[in-house]
Design a protein around this ligand. Structure first.
Ligand SMILES: Cc1cc2nc3c(=O)[nH]c(=O)nc-3n(C[C@H](O)[C@H](O)[C@H](O)COP(=O)(O)OP(=O)(O)OC[C@H]3O[C@@H](n4cnc5c(N)ncnc54)[C@H](O)[C@@H]3O)c2cc1C
Length: 218
């Protein structure tokens, strides 16, 4: 994007706005899921769902019966957001408390994916969530493929916002007798729990977890 349109521009704390694809892609790749916002019958809905990014496209998928997918596939404008929570920012005043985060907003119109791209996109979903599983498990049947819809949304209109670092206390507050700083927060995976048929197999090790932190699996 050469010129950032006004409707994509972060207004509050504009210095936290990022519009480069490197930042946007990294957040989308690390986030496990997103929220899709759309209007249906006069009401706004924001529905959580999985996503995967491949190049310049963001894919969302689900049941062919999903209202979210059917609405979005009709070509109405949608908004997809993904958020990574990095920390609780504890200031010395209530007002200056904040959150460290990295988030992305994508605006646009989605289209239904079919043919070879559909299988590639499904694989991308699988690899995004559970890297390595696609090659181990049974692939989808024709019937299962038919029951699954995939939509693609171009990343042409996207913004990111990033807050990091310590609290921004007022100079007159820093001497108050109260602790200030950041409580780091991240999504973590626990030890795998085998089901009753898993005997004899080594557990799936989630490659998205690096040193206890959830990453994009690379
Ligand atoms: C975990 C988390 C907690 C937050 N808590 C608060 C809170 O308690 N109160 C509060 O006011 N704000 C909070 N924010 C920030 C919030 O997301 C908005 O950035 C904020 O409301 C200011 O929006 P605006 O008026 O500048 O932009 P808007 O006019 O709302 O949006 C204009 C455009 O800016 C871009 N944009 C705005 N926000 C973001 C974003 N977060 N990520 C990517 N693009 C964005 C979008 O393209 C949007 O179309 C939080 C953000 C996160 C991720």
């Amino acid at each position: 994007m050469t010129e950032i349109p006004d409707y994509l521009r972060v207004r509050r704390e504009p210095q936290r706005g990022r519009y480069d694809r490197e930042t946007i892609d990294a957040i989308l790749d690390e986030a496990l899921y997103c929220h899709v916002g759309f209007e249906a019958d006069g009401r706004p809905y924001v529905i959580p769902t999985l996503h995967a990014r491949v190049g310049d496209l963001l894919y969302v998928h689900g049941s062919a019966a999903s209202r979210m997918l059917r609405k979005a596939a009709s070509g109405i404008p949608i908004c997809v957001t993904a958020t990574l929570l990095d920390g609780l920012v504890l200031a010395r005043s209530v007002f200056n408390h904040s959150i460290n985060y990295r988030s992305v907003v994508v605006l646009g119109r989605a289209t239904l994916v079919e043919g070879d791209e559909k299988l590639d996109a499904l694989r991308a979903f699988s690899e995004h969530v559970a890297p390595g599983r696609w090659d181990e498990v049974r692939g989808p049947t024709e019937q299962e493929l038919k029951a699954t819809w995939i939509l693609s949304l171009p990343l042409a209109e996207a913004s990111a916002k990033v807050r990091s670092g310590p609290p921004e206390d007022e100079p007159e507050d820093v001497g108050l007798p109260v602790w200030g700083g950041v409580v780091p927060v991240h999504l973590a995976a626990e030890a795998p729990l085998p089901d009753e048929h898993a005997d004899g197999f080594s557990p799936y090790v989630w490659p998205r977890v690096h040193g206890g932190r959830l990453g994009a699996g690379h």
